[in-house]
Design a protein around this ligand. Structure first.
Ligand SMILES: [Zn+2]
Length: 107
């Protein structure tokens, strides 16, 4: 009886720890998908293209590893110019898109 109870407790604790880890990882992932550069509305304003490369080089994935660019593009919206870079994690291969406001470079 005592053994069964102990076993049940261990299973419960393991389940709670697992669930907690999952939530933590999801939060970290969600946090990195918001914030500067995560969308056109939050595009990082840069005054040179070098800054884009530097920002990508300094970027970290939610897992902690670095990222590298796998694609890029340009977009014009409401008279503003944007560049975006698709970056992939060096470790877990998770992809994210970083947006840059390059309007000032063309003025
Ligand atoms: Zn990663």
């Amino acid at each position: 009886m005592a053994t069964a109870l102990l076993f049940a407790t261990v299973v419960l604790v393991t389940a709670v720890v697992w669930a907690g880890r999952g939530i933590g990882r999801r939060r970290a992932r969600a946090a990195i998908r918001r914030g500067p550069g995560a969308s056109l509305a939050e595009a990082i304003a840069v005054s040179s293209f070098d800054t884009i490369d530097e920002t990508i080089a300094a970027r970290r994935c939610h897992c902690g590893a670095g990222v590298h660019a796998v694609g890029e593009g340009a977009r014009d919206l409401d008279g503003r110019r944007f560049r975006y870079a698709r970056v992939e994690c060096d470790a877990c291969e998770d992809e994210q898109v970083l947006y840059f406001d390059v309007t000032t470079i063309f003025h």
